[in-house]
Write a protein that binds this ligand. Structure first.
Ligand SMILES: *Cc1c(COP(=O)(O)O)cnc(C)c1O
Length: 429
């Protein structure tokens, strides 16, 4: 690798970056001293596209001008508005138009899809999750197990890293799936683990689960917009995501769901139903016989929030103009390598990266653990924030930093490592 640690290299990398101009399409907050913040929390709340205000304002203006008629008029008619998001989302997650829908929020979607895809029997009742699952996922799975008359003590299978390791091993996961085989109803895992940043081998997990007759759902909160996904080709049964992290859909933004084509028309699946799941051509006939849309839209319940979807459209259009996940991932890989090199050269063993090094096993997040006797990681995090870095602290001891290829530059990375070096120096004084 031909990177060097001087600032000129960062500037050269930015000058050669074909996606560099997208940075100007986002508002990035200012640091306390007025200089631009190093915004490395796009894994928590993605930056706002400058165009979002126009997209939202357009709908406010249509509301003012047309009132209720805006439901029906023009290309932006509100009744089918959610359809405007489907193809872009499909490109990001590797799903077909019939398989993808923008709706609700992540945990709500997880519940809705577990109603359909966790169908326990006395023999096959177990759900496999990971030990460090995001609390909401853990709560959702446990409550679903109870709701179906089972006991999490018997029905919850937890995958753990080996003792002394941070991340899950592929072989251990596949072995665990095989071990619980005929008792396993559902494998519910993250695409990218939120704490370590590890990418799980989704295609292999799916194949292994299907081999034993289990279904597979993925939580893509940290995967959508971060790494390329191919849900249809991997044969995943269902997936859910939120849009406020890498998809820049705004606080509490519209979530999404994927249901594989082979299930979307299956009327035997249990389902919680609402009027927006009705076939679109008869949705407004107001009949009371549920005749579900033959697509992922049949999981919709309610008339969706147009202003929230408008903000998300601004971001999805940006992803499309950037060429989608392939070029973004290419830039992200260069940023990951550059970051890794600077950490090794400048920071050395004062900081440990618990995120896997192999590109296939990680996205753009770096989960850093301070390894200096007597130095509290939380104080280092506070020092970084004071110096104009937005990054986060995750209990018990990790600082997460996520250089996002759509709007973070190589110069951001270079500046960050310089600041980290300084903060660590000061911490030992
Ligand atoms: C962010 C995140 C969520 C958030 O769920 P909401 O229902 O959108 O609040 C859930 N799961 C994981 C793994 C997350 O990272």
């Amino acid at each position: 690798m031909a990177f060097s640690i001087d600032a000129g290299t960062a500037a050269d990398l930015d000058a050669a970056d074909p996606l560099a101009a997208f940075r100007d399409e986002f508002h990035l907050p200012a640091a306390p001293d007025g200089s631009p913040q190093i915004y490395f929390v796009g894994n928590s709340l993605g930056a706002v596209p400058r165009a979002a205000a126009d997209y939202v304002h357009t709908e406010l203006e249509r509301w003012a001008r047309l009132g209720a008629a805006a439901h029906f008029e023009g290309e932006l008619a509100w009744l089918p508005y959610h359809e405007l998001l489907t193809d872009s989302l499909g490109r990001l997650v590797g799903g077909r138009s019939s398989e993808v829908v923008a709706m609700n929020s992540l945990t709500v979607n997880l519940h809705l899809l577990m109603v359909s895809f966790y169908d326990p029997t006395p023999v096959r009742h177990k759900v496999l999750i990971e030990d460090h699952a995001f609390p909401s996922d853990h709560f959702a799975v446990e409550s679903q197990i109870r709701q179906r008359g089972h006991d999490p003590a018997e029905s919850l299978v937890v995958a753990r890293p080996r003792s002394g390791y941070e991340t899950l091993r592929r072989d251990d996961l596949l072995a665990l799936i095989a071990e619980h085989g005929s008792e396993l109803a559902l494998v519910m895992l993250p695409g990218v683990q939120y704490y370590t940043g590890q990418v799980l081998p989704m295609a292999e997990i799916t194949a292994a689960a299907h081999d034993v007759g289990a279904r597979v759902g993925f939580d893509l909160a940290h995967a959508a917009g971060n790494i390329p996904l191919a849900l249809h080709d991997w044969n995943v049964d269902f997936a859910v995501w939120c849009s406020y992290k890498y998809l820049n859909g705004g606080p509490g933004g519209m979530g999404g769901a994927f249901v594989h084509e082979r299930h979307v028309g299956d009327r035997s699946l249990p389902k919680l139903a609402g009027w927006w799941g009705q076939r679109p051509d008869i949705r407004f006939e107001m009949g009371t016989v549920f005749d579900p849309a033959g697509t992922a839209e049949s999981w919709q319940l309610s008339n969706p929030p147009i202003l929230t979807m408008a903000a998300l459209r601004a971001s999805l259009d940006t992803f499309d103009r950037a060429g989608g996940m392939e070029p973004l991932r290419e830039k992200s890989q260069r940023q990951i390598e550059y970051f890794g090199l600077l950490l090794a050269e400048v920071i050395g063993d004062r900081v440990e990266t618990i995120t896997p090094a192999a590109l296939a096993e990680r996205g753009c997040q770096h989960s850093l653990r301070i390894r200096m006797p007597g130095v509290d990681g939380r104080a280092v995090h506070e020092g970084l924030e004071r110096a104009g870095v937005a990054c986060d602290w995750r209990y018990p001891d990790v600082i997460r930093v996520a250089p996002v290829p759509l709007y973070n530059s190589f110069t951001d990375i270079h500046r960050f490592v310089g600041i980290l070096d300084q903060v660590l120096d000061e911490a030992t004084r």
